[in-house]
Design a protein around this ligand. Structure first.
Ligand code: HEM
Length: 499
């Protein structure tokens, strides 16, 4: 009785029993569905906070899509952590950098890395971003010309080639040569394998097994080795630079900035170890290219479906002149609105999870109706409670965003009252949770937005994007992925030259 009375989890409405299986709970349906699709559907039936049955008899998981609850969880990083079970797989792919770190280690890494992503530093990356975007623009234009004026391309592959080029340059001054170098090819191939294996039932099962007994992760399974392969390649490239101290004194890339800052620091505990620098460069490479590419590809698909908005965007970009420098793109209002709308509907990380380390009472923006019909104004939970936080579900909630919440409509950002007031959205950038929130928000968000703007502007000014017959669905593997005809990482668009 004592235990139960200190938590409200069992009082919450449960996702429909018909969507659960005795063995896999609700988690299999959530995994197999489109990104956040089931959470959005269940939230429609149960409200913004509800529970689902965990797979393999895991205790009930709370799905939290209430803004005050989510803000609370994201602000209290010492009490709500990423699941400890998933730290070994994260370390395998990313190394022990800032994404992996928790507690004081995380605070220290964050503090030492922050200058590499300051507004001024990111502004200095604009030239590299523009050059890579122009290379993409001409690659696509050539493809169109080679096909007699119109070509169907897998836009996400092109987008991620471009974002890999960018992150290679800005992270450590490395040129991935538009995807043509040996390393770039190896990274693409490993990533494609990683994405496609992540869509399978085996990946779902692997996740459950790791959650249940984290030490199995030490087994030499092929899927685990594939994840580590990209890290090997990048580590090989960056370790060489770090060891030799080959970084430029004037270099504006992140590695040079970190190494210079490190040299100036005296106390050893105020420095990143060479291994931590390598692990963070690797982290930036991994989390800094497929993410932006995924959101960008879906935003281009939305523009293909809204030729009127695409034409207006093109006119806006063309009116600003040939150069797409940092300050120029910041002045483009419709471009800004398109980027916000694209990142609202297609967040590259559509959901996250957290585990409570201690008992707590979580505030709610709106009371939730419990299974027995009473109302809860706040939510009592116990240490160990697992939360799933579906970003996309929060961004398409009609109670917050209105009846047309799920529609791609950039103009909502441009008209007074078009988006909910800040009080309804207690989060960082644009009131969205796309980049998470609080002390663990996305370290690279300024870079992501600048890339997004410059790439989009470069492509749209000279090319026109059209939808194809393909039926594209969205999955999470491990970030937002298009799936076409069962094939992950495929999003066909028909491209022509813009008049
Ligand atoms: C559209 C593009 C991007 C989106 C939507 C995005 C989203 C996110 C989200 C949601 C998180 C928090 C994950 C969690 O804690 O559960 C995160 C963390 C992070 N992101 Fe991004 N990201 C993007 C691009 C980038 C880029 C370009 C970089 C640059 C290198 C980057 C670097 C990071 C880092 C280092 C963290 C970990 C921060 C920490 O734990 O303190 N991201 N990102």
């Amino acid at each position: 009785h004592g235990r139960r009375s200190r938590t409200d989890v069992h009082r919450l409405a449960s996702a429909p029993a018909g969507d659960a299986s005795w063995l896999w709970g609700h988690e299999l349906r959530a995994f197999e569905g489109a990104a956040c699709e089931m959470y959005t559907r269940w939230a429609g039936a149960c409200g913004r906070v509800f529970r689902i049955k965990g797979a393999l008899f895991h205790s009930d998981i709370i799905v939290a899509a209430d803004h005050a609850a989510v803000a609370h969880i994201f602000q209290n990083v010492d009490d709500y952590v990423k699941s400890p079970a998933f730290r070994p797989p994260v370390a395998n792919v990313l190394g022990e950098g800032v994404v992996w770190a928790e507690g004081d280690d995380h605070k220290k890494q964050r503090r030492l890395l922050a200058p590499a992503f300051s507004p001024d530093t990111v502004k200095g990356m604009a030239d590299d971003i523009s050059e890579c975007s122009e290379m993409l623009e001409s690659r696509l234009a050539n493809e169109v010309l080679a096909h007699g004026g119109g070509a169907t391309v897998n836009i996400i592959e092109h987008a991620s080639t471009c974002t890999l080029d960018i992150i290679g340059r800005v992270a450590f001054g490395h040129d991935f040569g538009a995807g043509q170098t040996t390393e770039a090819r190896a990274i693409r191939a490993s990533w494609a394998a990683h994405v496609n294996s992540g869509l399978t039932f085996g990946a779902f099962l692997a996740m459950l097994i790791i959650r249940a007994c984290p030490h199995v992760f030490l087994l030499p399974l092929p899927a685990i080795r594939a994840g580590g392969r990209i890290r090997e390649i990048v580590t090989h490239l960056s370790t060489r630079l770090v060891r030799r101290g080959v970084f430029s004194d004037r270099g504006r890339d992140i590695l040079s900035i970190l190494m210079r800052a490190d040299r100036l620091r005296g106390a050893k505990d105020e420095r990143l170890s060479p291994q931590q620098i390598v692990d963070n460069i690797n982290t930036f490479m991994m989390v800094g290219h497929e993410t932006t590419a995924g959101s960008l590809a879906f935003t281009l698909l939305e523009l293909a479906r809204r030729p009127d908005v695409q034409a207006r965007l093109r006119a806006e970009v063309r009116a600003s002149g040939r150069e797409l420098a940092h300050d120029d793109v910041q002045r483009l209002a419709l471009l800004d609105a398109v980027v916000r709308e694209g990142l609202r509907l297609h967040p590259a990380a559509p959901q996250t999870e957290r585990v409570a380390l201690k008992d707590d009472v979580i505030p709610l923006s709106m009371p939730v109706r419990t299974a027995d019909g009473s109302m809860l104004a706040a939510l009592r939970i116990r240490a160990g409670q697992v939360f799933h936080i579906p970003f996309t579900t929060m961004h398409v909630n009609p109670d917050v965003w209105g009846a047309r919440a799920a529609e791609f409509d950039p103009d909502r950002w441009l008209v007074p009252g078009g988006v909910p007031p800040p009080a309804a959205l207690p989060h960082g950038w644009s009131g969205l949770v796309t980049f998470c929130d609080g002390p663990r928000n996305c370290l690279g968000y300024r870079l992501a937005i600048l890339e997004f703007k410059i790439i989009l502007a470069s492509l749209v000014r000279s090319l026109e994007f059209h939808e194809t017959e393909a039926r594209v669905s969205t999955r999470i593997s491990p970030t937002l992925q298009p799936v076409t005809d069962g094939q992950g990482g495929v999003l066909p668009l028909y491209v022509t030259l813009a008049a």
